[in-house]
Design a protein around this ligand. Structure first.
Ligand code: DX5
Ligand code: ZN
Length: 223
């Protein structure tokens, strides 16, 4: 029985057959749906918004994890919650008033997450960590699937774990970007609890088998 979670990112799915991708996640050992919202401003790419998320959420039988890569996300928290998000993650870099946005997420009824870009120090979370359910450590620069994992993220995961411990926070660490069978064990050992994987899952011949393999990794966090 693994204690970590696998969250396939639908960004890498074939959107001509979204129903197949939804069924795949529902029937596999995956734990969460990871949905990436991009606005073409905070990140250079544009993906999808509430309309698509609402349709996915209607078919999803598992937790819907919405990752907002958008400027000023406070404007949209309520509408993403209404669309069916169970968890909403905003970027620290995109919020002038991060504390307020975290409270908005909690008031919406969704679990609250904050994401950090690779260049953003973990210390930026110090004053909100106690209110968080998830901390998302970007292991690539956000905006695109299929990028190469940034290895400097490993010590950052340990720092995040330490911050969570010091503050006695319930937050779990999610990793996102370039995650696959080649590095999953390492990130789990450094403290990650949720593995987001896009191309490693949907780019595989047998996505359900990759999900099972990711779930089967046996990793004990190293002190
Ligand atoms: C990147 C997104 C990721 C992306 C991951 O900006 O936040 O969730 O879909 O894709 P892979 O696993 O292919 O790096
Ligand atoms: Zn993501």
């Amino acid at each position: 029985m693994s204690s970590h979670l696998v969250a396939p990112s639908l960004l890498a799915a074939d959107f001509r057959h979204l129903d197949r991708a939804i069924d795949l996640v529902n029937t596999s050992e995956a734990d969460w749906f990871h949905l990436d919202v991009m606005d073409g401003r905070f990140v250079p790419n544009i993906s999808f918004g509430q309309f698509i998320i609402e349709q996915i959420a209607q078919g999803a039988e598992k937790y819907v994890d919405v990752h907002l890569m958008i400027e000023d996300p406070g404007r949209y928290i309520e509408s993403f919650a209404r669309a069916g998000a169970n968890g909403i993650t905003v970027h620290a870099e995109a919020c002038t008033h991060l504390h307020r946005v975290v409270q908005q997420i909690k008031e919406s009824g969704a679990k609250a997450g904050v994401a950090l870009n690779p260049h953003t120090p973990v210390s930026h979370l110090e004053n909100v960590i106690e209110d968080l359910d998830t901390v998302l450590i970007m292991t690539v620069n956000p905006g695109f699937g299929g990028q190469k994992f940034i290895y400097q993220s490993i010590p950052k995961l340990r720092q995040t774990r330490d911050l969570i411990t010091v503050h006695n926070s319930r937050a779990v660490i999610e990793v996102d970007g370039g995650i696959g069978l080649q590095n999953a064990q390492k990130v789990l050992e450094a403290g990650a609890r949720v593995l987001v994987a896009g191309s490693a899952v949907f780019g595989a011949d047998d996505p359900a088998a990759v999900i099972s393999q990711l779930k089967a990794i046996d990793a004990n966090p190293v002190a």
